[in-house]
Design a protein around this ligand. Structure first.
Ligand code: HAM
Length: 415
């Protein structure tokens, strides 16, 4: 054993959630679930661990994620295991596994934590939580339209206006149609798409140089919207989503997409990384044998969501108030048992309550309760402990009421 003191820092790139951060995290998850459920999505979940094979099979492979970002290990039975870097292969596995029993269209959502060995930076960490919403089966145009409408609503439910974010849409089918004829070798389409995906990270010259190695001599790529995309954008406008645009450079880094692809961006300029990404993948469930079930969906990360909400001042200030509704404050240690009994009765009456059993002065305990957002205090001195009469004080107004608890319940119900 070494003698040096252990660090209190978490492992690089993952986060500790102290109560105030956890309150924000829970708020994000609550709004996400409520919005997904308002669109009829059902919640599912799975383990963090998957066989690494799931990510290596043809069609699910993603070079960057597997070769550079995967957390993998070999278990005691010599199996290669991966800490899931995304949820899509998992949900495709689950849908394929119950293909015969499930009713389609199936609308499913989940909020998994995912692991990617990335260089920690604004908007990108090594562990994040990601809302995944996917529709399996159903008529493709309607499903695409619905997924994009839900994407917009996930921002609007937090109070974001349409001028603060943009949904950038493209299509793999369109890219394939328009780019393949320009390539030296058709098989290099995935490589060209990966290059396009990285365009913003490369200098113009670097991009042109690499592009030239893939294109036929003298060929030029100019991707323009097709009828499907125009109809989709038109449909979105009819549903009140006016901030979706065609963006020819959106390709997405995953090989499994086959149709519409999209990403959502903050347009304030303060959060340069995509806030959300998704698309249609018609063949992924086919990896598990049998007829594939088509899917379309997206992932929305908690790190970028919180950055976005903070940038646009959309987080409710009340989230910091993590204290209970009532704080019972014994004046001295001899009232501790009675204070616990009072707290128990208040809890039975349906209010959240705790006792401050610290050794600070009463005044300090009251200030602390107030800072934590507690609405009422109940100070217990010798008198209260012997008389059964309580004094409750509403901190916001300073108003007090005395009596037996049964008579004070109505007072406690009004903040
Ligand atoms: P993705 O683009 O890799 O897509 O991730 C989706 C979102 O997750 C990103 O836009 C970002 O908000 C968040 N995210 C990704 N990586 C990180 C990271 N290292 N740190 C923090 N946040 C991150 C997918 O994962 C697809 N499987 C989504 C999907 C679902 N497609 C269809 N269905």
């Amino acid at each position: 054993m070494t003698n040096h003191k252990l660090s209190t820092d978490p492992y690089k790139g993952v986060r500790d959630f102290y109560p105030e951060d956890m309150a924000i995290q829970r708020y994000l998850f609550d709004v996400w679930s409520a919005t997904a459920e308002a669109f009829g999505f059902e919640r599912y979940d799975a383990s963090i661990l998957e066989p690494a094979e799931l990510y290596k099979s043809k069609g699910a492979e993603n070079e960057e994620i597997i070769n550079e970002q995967a957390y993998t290990f070999t278990d005691r039975g010599d199996r290669e295991v991966i800490l899931r870097p995304e949820m899509t292969p998992t949900v495709a596995r689950m849908v394929a596994g119950k293909r015969r029993e499930l009713q389609f269209p199936a609308r499913w959502y989940s909020i998994p934590n995912l692991f990617r060995y990335e260089r920690p930076q604004r908007g990108r960490l090594r562990e994040h939580w990601q809302l995944n919403c996917d529709i399996f089966g159903g008529e493709p145009f309607a499903a695409d339209l619905e997924i994009l409408t839900l994407a917009a609503h996930l921002f609007r439910t937090f109070g974001a206006t349409e001028d603060t974010f943009e949904i950038r849409v493209n299509s793999r089918a369109l890219l394939e149609d328009q780019i393949t004829p320009q390539l030296r070798d058709e098989a290099q389409l995935p490589e060209y798409l990966r290059l396009l995906d990285r365009k913003a990270k490369l200098s113009d010259e670097e991009f042109r140089e690499r592009e030239a190695t893939l294109l036929k001599d003298g060929a030029q790529v100019q991707v323009v919207a097709d009828a499907y995309i125009n109809e989709l954008l038109h449909g979105l406008r009819a549903l009140g989503v006016t901030n979706a645009v065609f963006e020819p450079t959106i390709t997405r880094g995953f090989d499994y997409y086959t149709g519409v692809v999209f990403e959502v961006f903050d347009i304030s300029g303060q959060n340069p990384r995509a806030l959300m990404g998704g698309g249609r993948y018609d063949n992924l469930t086919g990896l598990f044998g049998g007829e594939p079930v088509s899917g379309v969906g997206f992932g929305l990360g908690d790190v970028t969501m919180r950055d976005f909400l903070e940038t646009h001042e959309l987080l409710p200030t009340t989230l910091k108030a993590t204290g209970p509704h009532v704080m019972v404050i014994p004046m001295s240690a001899s009232e501790h048992l009675y204070a616990e009994q009072v707290a128990h009765q208040i809890r039975q009456a349906g209010f959240s309550v705790a006792t401050d059993i610290g050794n600070k002065k009463v005044g300090e305990k009251i200030s602390r309760a107030s800072e934590k957002g507690t609405k009422f205090i109940c100070v217990i001195g010798e008198d209260e402990a012997t008389s059964n009469v309580l004094t409750l004080k509403r901190l916001a107004s300073g108003e007090e009421q005395r009596g037996e608890l049964a008579a004070l319940v109505n007072f406690l119900a009004v903040e």
